[in-house]
Design a protein around this ligand. Structure first.
Ligand code: PHE
Length: 339
């Protein structure tokens, strides 16, 4: 019996010495100390021993059990430490390795130009206003002194949701919304998307962008309008840029003008870009019609104002020398990357 216990002990110790992982360690524990384990087996067989032998063998088994248990614990700690070290080694990050470069995006040319425009006007003390793109006929036309059946509607044919609701054809309705809600002094720009049922070509798109401007206060004159547009044109197209006003008609301004800037291609001599005219039209403007002020509850005998509406696409085409508007909407990276 003694020999048997000794051989079990040495077998266990030898196995424990070579154990390499937690799973085998557990198997060894079960093999020797488990319910059906070798040492447990000896204890179960003790009934067959003489009363004198029993305590001796019992003590021996207990000693061996203790020895095996201690060794299991020691090995368990050793293996856990080993596992931890391996895990850490595997998870090590080499911070000196070159990273994956993220492609850097940039703003679309339209957004760039819009930002520039905003900056110029914010610098002159303007606030930014907004209005809905799905607009009431009242704000888009009626309140702007364009009654139903007025010929001025022809050039701004739109997408009608129903008889009273349209996709706005201009940012001018925001003028009305602002004047209804705020008393002068008013000094706002309103950038936004507008819609017209135009055919797509190099200079037209059914969806495009405008920036509306509106100033209302006591004593505002046409001179203020011209000075303001001059500052705008020089900021965007360069210090040598001139502007020119041609008499025009808008139902909501009086007098009204179409405003040209001297050609960014040739400076006014005439070239392919300006079709040899030396000038390029970029916006409509005028003094706010007294009737429009009245509709909004502002007394035209006390206050006057100017308004303008400029095309963002056209400005971007000039700013970046782009000759076809469609390029701005195609999202071709080869094109967009150039700006
Ligand atoms: N809303 C006009 C257009 O789209 C432009 C404009 C704005 C004219 C403000 C005068 C004053 O054609």
């Amino acid at each position: 019996m003694k020999e048997q216990i000794e051989s079990i002990a040495s077998e266990a110790m030898e196995k424990l010495e070579n154990v390499q992982d937690m799973k085998s360690l557990e198997e060894i524990r079960v093999l020797f100390l488990g319910k059906k384990g070798k040492l447990t087996g000896i204890l179960k067989g003790m009934g067959a021993l003489s009363p004198e032998e029993r305590p001796v063998v019992g003590q021996m088994v207990n000693e061996v059990r203790k020895q095996v248990e201690d060794s299991i614990l020691k090995n368990k700690n050793r293996l856990l430490q080993k596992e931890r070290e391996e895990k850490i080694a595997k998870e090590t990050i080499d911070v000196t390795m070159p990273g994956t470069l993220l492609a850097r995006g940039k703003k679309h040319p339209l957004t760039q130009v819009l930002d520039e425009i905003k900056e110029v006007f914010i610098g002159m003390g303007y606030e930014i206003a907004e209005g809905p793109e799905v607009e009431l006929d009242y704000y888009n036309f009626e309140a702007l002194n364009i009654p139903k059946n007025h010929p001025a509607r022809d050039t701004q044919d739109s997408f009608y949701i129903n008889e009273n609701v349209v996709l706005r054809t201009q940012t001018s309705p925001v003028q009305i919304r602002v004047m209804e809600n705020k008393k002068p002094p008013i000094k706002i720009i309103c950038p936004g998307r507008v819609y017209r049922s135009d055919q797509v070509d190099a200079t037209h798109s059914p969806i495009f962008h405008q920036v509306e401007g509106l100033v209302v206060d006591k004593g505002v004159t046409m001179g203020d309008l011209i000075g303001t547009l001059q500052v705008f044109a020089r900021s965007l197209f360069g210090e040598d840029t001139n502007i020119r006003l041609r008499p025009h008609h808008f139902p909501f301004t009086e007098p009204s003008a179409e405003v040209d800037v001297s050609c960014w291609g040739c400076g006014g001599k005439g070239c392919r870009i300006c079709k040899n005219e030396g000038w390029i039209e970029i916006l409509g403007a005028g003094m706010v019609h007294p009737k429009v002020l009245e509709i909004c509850g502002i007394d035209p005998k006390v206050y006057s104002g100017f308004a303008f509406g400029l095309g963002v696409e056209r400005t971007a085409m000039g700013r970046f020398n782009i000759d076809d508007m469609r390029l701005l909407y195609e999202n071709d990276m080869r094109f967009l990357k150039q700006f």
